[in-house]
Design a protein around this ligand. Structure first.
Ligand code: FAD
Length: 189
């Protein structure tokens, strides 16, 4: 069945994604990576690629496949056997949030944003549910003041903080030159 894809006046910017949800664009006019599902983000980004054909009305096999995946996801059950997070689930989710926050932090934040970020990190350390993780993180912050001056300095500082934990757990160090690829731009760009 062909699916009609709604677009804005600028036909290279689809309004509705393959999952049926509205596509969210950032203030820069580009599809927002952390506001859309990956499927919708890829769909909208492909539609905006220079020289790419206008978003098709007849879905390609890939889009059809994506729609099937999205339909499966709709069978969401909040009472499945999910349990409260352990140190690893909590850790992975928290690092994801922290690095993703760095990825959307302004490139050149004003003084207030910088103060707010320092405050946020302090409070994060106060409330982090794993108490010994929180103590170590707070100790790290006392020795290494958060670098909140730019997006890149914050991303690198968080990468260092994460590497400190990696070292403690005997895991390899992450190359902080790659933090933006992992958490902002993606590897393909
Ligand atoms: P994670 O370490 O959670 O990493 C997730 C992903 O981040 C990786 O797959 C990789 O792609 C990327 N990544 C890895 N390193 C970096 C980096 N340096 N910079 C940017 N990206 C990176 N666990 C403990 O057992 N003891 C602790 O004391 C402890 N302290 C913690 C303190 C904090 C503030 C947080 C948020 C977590 C802490 N954890 C601690 C949890 C621990 O860091 C891991 O999250 C957990 O072990 C799960 O690890 P993982 O292998 O899933 O990957």
């Amino acid at each position: 069945e062909p699916v009609e894809v709604k677009t804005t006046e600028n036909s290279s910017k689809p309004e509705i994604g393959v999952t049926g949800r509205k596509i969210i664009y950032g203030k820069d006019g580009k599809p927002c990576r952390s506001c859309n599902s990956l499927l919708d983000f890829q769909f909208a980004t492909a539609g905006m690629t220079k020289g790419a054909p206008v978003v098709p009305n007849v879905p390609s096999p890939k889009i059809k496949e994506n729609q099937a995946v999205a339909a499966k996801k709709e069978k969401y059950n909040p009472y499945a056997k999910d349990i409260p997070p352990d140190v690893e689930v909590l850790g992975k989710s928290s690092w994801t949030l922290l690095h993703a926050i760095a990825a959307t932090y302004p490139e050149t934040p004003d003084d207030k944003k910088q103060r707010d970020m320092k405050q946020f990190l302090k409070l994060f350390g106060n409330f982090y549910p794993c108490w010994f993780c929180a103590e170590d993180f707070t100790r790290f912050m006392a020795k290494n003041e958060p670098k909140v001056e730019t997006q890149d300095s914050l991303g690198r500082w968080l990468c260092d903080a994460h590497n400190e934990v990696n070292a403690k757990l005997g895991k390899p160090k992450f190359d902080c030159n790659l933090w933006k690829r992992r958490w902002k731009d993606g590897w393909e760009e």
